[in-house]
Design a protein around this ligand. Structure first.
Ligand SMILES: N[C@@H](CCC(=O)N[C@@H](CS)C(=O)NCC(=O)O)C(=O)O
Length: 160
């Protein structure tokens, strides 16, 4: 199909589309919640974060540097802030404060962490979670999980 990413399983099956890959892996390894309601709530957070990509692609494609700067500022101050507030509201529905959905780590937490740790910081060098102490603490907790921390220090360097 000519696009990445592709997940290859046992050299035979190939799965395209990052969201399908992420959900497949999350389901297979137990990161998709404990019941269908939790799965739906994980999906809601996943989709809220995905919605940030569309404007970001538009900004990335902008050639006029001044215009791009203004678009990034608006994106950081308005679009991102709204998404972070939405996630905080969604989190209030959860029974614990430890993870975004359910009582254990899920695709929602991992995708959130990936966004704030990699994607947003790459496009928005001044991005931080200072105005969102609960989400900031969550990101710090996730980063200190040994398996996540090991991956962050050992993974191959890419230009992402
Ligand atoms: N919706 C697809 C988008 C895939 C996509 O746009 N991939 C880009 C790289 S990020 C690509 O492979 N582009 C190759 C090309 O345009 O030739 C997904 O999430 O996997």
């Amino acid at each position: 199909m000519g696009v990445l990413p592709i997940l290859e399983i046992d050299g035979e099956v190939k799965i395209f589309q990052s969201a399908a890959i992420n959900r497949y892996l999350a389901r297979t390894f137990g990161f998709m919640g404990s019941n269908s309601l939790e799965e739906a709530r994980i999906d809601v957070i996943y989709e809220c974060l995905l919605d940030l990509l569309t404007p970001l692609y538009g900004i990335y494609a902008e050639k006029d540097e001044e215009k791009k700067k203004g678009m990034l500022k608006k994106f950081q101050e308005e679009t991102c802030e709204k998404t972070l507030r939405d996630i905080e509201v969604l989190w209030e529905q959860n029974e614990t404060d430890e993870f975004l959905v359910g009582k254990k780590i899920s695709l929602a937490d991992i995708f959130f962490f990936d966004y704030v740790h990699d994607l947003l910081k790459r496009f928005l060098p001044s991005f931080n979670l200072d105005g969102h102490p609960k989400l900031k603490a969550l990101a710090e907790r996730l980063e200190s999980i040994p398996q996540i921390n090991k991956w962050l220090t050992k993974r191959p360097v890419t230009e992402r």
